[in-house]
Design a protein around this ligand. Structure first.
Ligand code: ATP
Ligand code: MG
Length: 576
């Protein structure tokens, strides 16, 4: 007996599933048409129906954006309804995180509801169907039901209990509720058609016996409705006009409509769209839970996770996610979106809002030998060239600085224009400096560079008009604050994480280098006041966000995304 929802990875055999991609706004067009024909008297009401069995992920963001966005657009409203019919997997922690995530994405629900609030009503509906001769109590085991069900090629077989009298069914169903029978020994099934080409219509199970404590109803119930029996009826009770869900529910639509029709209740309309898939990313709560349970990540909100809480901690913005959702389109065929496209929208948004600062991740000390010892100058720096109102700040400059190890080469390769002996570069907002000689440790590594500066180049230009090919960032050694910086790479090395050799699971594709911890980064002192959640651009390095693990005097930063925009390249290639 399948206790929950369709498997999104299963092939879709409904009519029309393989049709050409619909226009990107086909859901909106359906709503427009319904408004034109006054199908629901001008009402547009949607719901977002998460099962509280895990944290929301970026795929849910697409559903949320559609449900809330479309209702908003047409002056309607959206219910947040927890589809909590699977007591064994559901927890209050998930209920709370889901609410926080929807709010963070920028959406407001009209009503906060639970399918479990309808348990009594759903029970009444079931009794109604029994009385109509449309439902019966079956004594077959879950395995037997599966065998009797048949296959796509083979019709199903009727259960020997299918023709019980209404009285007997009413009696047995009531006794199921009272707890007279052991778990799994009986169930209630809809009496539809064992020969239907749609397997979902072959007398689907409506209720199962299960002694499990429910996060809201506790021990009150020992029978629980199955998803298909709960979902449509909950929609109908809430007078949902457009019940938008993902394509794997398409085969379930005839059943959704059958229950509503047989019960004669409000005719909510189910509309299916393509679920979001992203390269290098798994969007399945079950698999994400496995990563958490097995300790492969630090938790649901690990910044490498595609959960809303993970990407929030990483520094993604709700605006970036909404822009991404608006751009990927809504269709009738499942596809896969490049992760680079999501990152592109994150970069685009952060470029507008993130303050620029200087930070050195892999420090190399530079001593400016002709700069007065003990002197400090304040250099004026621009906070955000994209936003004049962000203003300016002062950055201290002194005789000893840190630059990136990568910005110095004792023996520069061809085409290397950064610092090397005898070469001059510009220090951002500072002076031109020329490297003179190096200090090495016993192992022969360069540990310090000695350089000279040209006092006439303050602010970054030479009065004689001479040019330098490179501008590098720096931090004053005496003023720097130490920080831990966590650099993330894709959680999976394979663009399709589910693609594994036989006998292995998706964890075989985990990227062993998805987290690099830089323990001793040096930051400019203006970052002393940075608070968890604050986002910055570290010049030349990328966008970074303060992690809640930060302690006073020891901030921790997450790299949100590097500066390089691989999506722009992909897009260019696609256009060419
Ligand atoms: P998962 O497969 O990750 O466990 P789910 O479909 O079981 O997800 P629900 O809590 O039932 O998770 O999801 C709530 C809503 O979000 C449903 O309407 C579902 O169709 C939608 N949804 C889930 N995953 C995606 C996705 N990848 N893209 C778009 N919508 C999604
Ligand atoms: Mg699922």
């Amino acid at each position: 007996m399948s206790t929950s929802k369709p498997n999104p990875e299963a092939p879709n055999n409904a009519e029309g599933a393989a049709a050409a991609p619909a226009p990107t706004n086909f859901v909106r067009e359906i709503i427009r048409e319904d408004l034109r024909t006054s199908k629901y008297n001008g009402r547009v009401w949607t719901r977002f129906p998460p099962e509280p069995n895990g944290y929301l992920h970026i795929g849910h963001a697409k559903a949320i954006w559609l449900d809330f966005g479309l209702a908003d657009e047409f002056g309607g409203g959206t219910n947040l309804r927890f589809d909590d019919t699977n007591p064994e997997k559901e927890e209050t922690e998930y209920v709370e995180s889901i609410q926080e995530d929807v709010r963070w994405l920028g959406f407001t629900w009209e009503n906060l509801l639970y399918a479990s609030d309808y348990f009594e009503q759903l029970y009444e509906y079931a009794v109604q169907l029994i009385k109509k001769g449309k439902a019966y109590v079956d004594d077959l085991s879950a395995d037997e039901i599966r065998q009797y069900r048949g296959t796509l090629k083979e019709r199903g077989k009727e259960s020997p209990h299918r023709n019980r009298s209404v009285e007997e069914n009413l009696d047995l169903f009531e006794r199921m509720r009272k707890g007279e029978f052991p778990d799994g020994s009986r169930c209630l099934r809809a009496k539809i058609d064992m020969a239907s080409p749609n397997l979902n219509m072959r007398d689907p199970v409506m209720y199962r016996i299960l002694r499990a404590s429910h996060h809201r109803t506790g021990e009150k119930w020992c029978i629980y409705p199955l998803y298909d029996f709960a979902h449509g009826q909950s929609d109908s009770l809430e007078k949902i006009t457009h019940s938008i869900c993902t394509l794997e529910f398409e085969d379930h639509r005839p059943l959704y409509n059958w229950y509503i029709r047989e019960l004669g209740i409000f005719p909510s309309q189910q509309i299916e769209f393509d679920r979001l898939n992203l390269t290098y990313t798994l969007l399945s709560k079950r698999k994400l839970l496995q990563l958490v349970r097995e300790g492969r990540v630090r938790g649901w909100d690990d910044p490498r996770m595609p959960t809303i809480s993970g990407i929030r901690r990483r520094g993604y913005t709700p605006e970036a996610i909404r822009n991404f959702c608006a751009n990927i389109g809504v269709t009738k065929t499942n596809g896969t979106i490049e992760l680079a496209m999501l990152e592109h929208f994150v970069r685009e948004d952060l470029n507008k809002r993130a303050l620029r600062v200087m930070a050195v991740l892999k420090p190399l000390k530079v001593v400016i030998t002709n700069y007065p010892e003990g002197q400090t100058e304040e250099m004026e720096a621009i906070n955000n060239p994209e936003d004049e109102s962000a203003g300016k700040r002062m950055v201290p400059f002194s005789r000893e600085l840190y630059i990136e190890q990568d910005d110095f080469r004792e023996v520069p390769p061809k085409g290397y224009f950064r610092l090397s002996p005898g070469k001059e570069v510009r220090l951002r907002y500072g002076y031109f400096i020329t490297a003179q000689n190096v200090v090495k440790n016993a192992a022969g590594d360069v540990v310090e560079v000695h350089a000279t500066y040209d006092p006439a180049t303050r602010g970054g230009n030479a009065p004689d008009g001479r040019k330098v090919k490179s501008t590098i960032h720096w931090v004053s050694a005496a003023h720097a604050i130490d920080a831990e910086v966590r650099i993330y790479d894709n959680l999976f090395s394979n663009p399709d994480p589910g693609d594994v050799p036989e006998g292995q699971d998706f964890t075989a594709n985990l990227n062993p280098n998805s987290l690099e911890v830089v323990a001793q980064a040096k930051l400019e002192p203006s970052l002393t006041s940075a608070k968890p959640g604050d986002r910055y651009q570290f010049e030349r390095l990328g966008y970074f966000c303060v992690d809640p693990d930060s302690k006073p005097g020891k901030p921790v930063f997450n790299r949100t995304v590097a500066l390089k925009d691989t999506w722009a390249k992909v897009e260019k290639k696609q256009k060419a």
